[in-house]
Design a binder for this molecule. Sequence first.
Ligand SMILES: [Mg+2]
Length: 381
Amino acid sequence: MKITAVKTATLAGYKDWNLVRLETDRGIAGIGEAYPGEGIAELITRRLAPLLVGRDPRDVEPLYNHMVAGTIGQSTAGGMLAAISGVETALWDVAGKAMGVPVYRLLGGHYRDRIRLYADVGRGRNSTDTPEAWAQRAREGVADGFGAIKFDIDHSADEFQHDAVNRGLGLQELDKMTALVEAVREAVGPEVDVCIDCHGIYGVRDAGLLAERLEPFDLMFLEDPVPPENPEAMAKVTSSTSIPICTGEFVHRRDGFRPLIQNQACDMLHVDVSSTGGMLEAKKIADLADLYYMPFAAHNITSPIGMTAAAHVCAAVRNLHTMELPYHADQVAWRWDLVESTTALVEGGEFAVPDRPGLGVELNEDVARRHLKEGYGLFAE
Ligand SMILES: [Mg+2]
């Protein structure tokens, strides 16, 4: 079995959604998705496709390492690693279809067939940051069946900011942020999990002050309170609060996660399959974390194709915590029409992992064609 072509389609979704199609001489085609963003489709067709044509797509791990080695100097993070991650996912889809099994079987088998989701609601409707707007959005998420929701607290009180870049938080900012989270907790009651994301913009001391303010609200996790690049700084925040600290969406490959895990610098990981190196790399990161009994959650801002790939990984890792559903992308009215599946993917706050061969979903090409980014084709040569 040989790869004959690697093609892309970039859709105007919540962001640029970068789909990959890998074609073979056996008539089997695989689909994957790279992390959203501009320029990634071009990296796939110009840089990665020449490394893959003529190779056996079932050699997924060797081909992953071949792509990393073939783009040395660019392949340990960023756009190139996102491109590699999307292609790796498409390789798994082909391998699963060729062997007649779902991808989770090839990753070691599944611990579960339904994945607990948390809904990333972002902010209040229309990016409104008031206690009432946050409470209302939280109630909407719960009404849609989600038992866990996440808000972005960074920039929610910028009107009180003393300095835009110094990583600090003033008392009025802290007061407003506390009121936002308090309103959410009051709105959803004690049984719904609430998570808060800071996107890594605070310093250690001020992140610690924020965590102290938020401790009474029983958060499921506080995400990226400080930038993730300094594990010692992350560890200081982690040890200073009872709130579980979560990080990882900006961290890449096992090499990036190793210091966070080995130094126990956070309480749990948040790994993005579409950017960190693909499905097997994410599974290996989860296994490394499991040596320290740390939970693994999946970060997601892709279309349902990438979400399905993440769900297969979540099914196959022992230490699964939750998977993110980018609920704030619900303004993309057509996103669930993009995939054809014999079963409903999201139901009752859970993702039902397809059990058909490969990823178990197919792209609805008519829907994809209608939503191509301007200037892009659908898997054109
Ligand atoms: Mg985040």
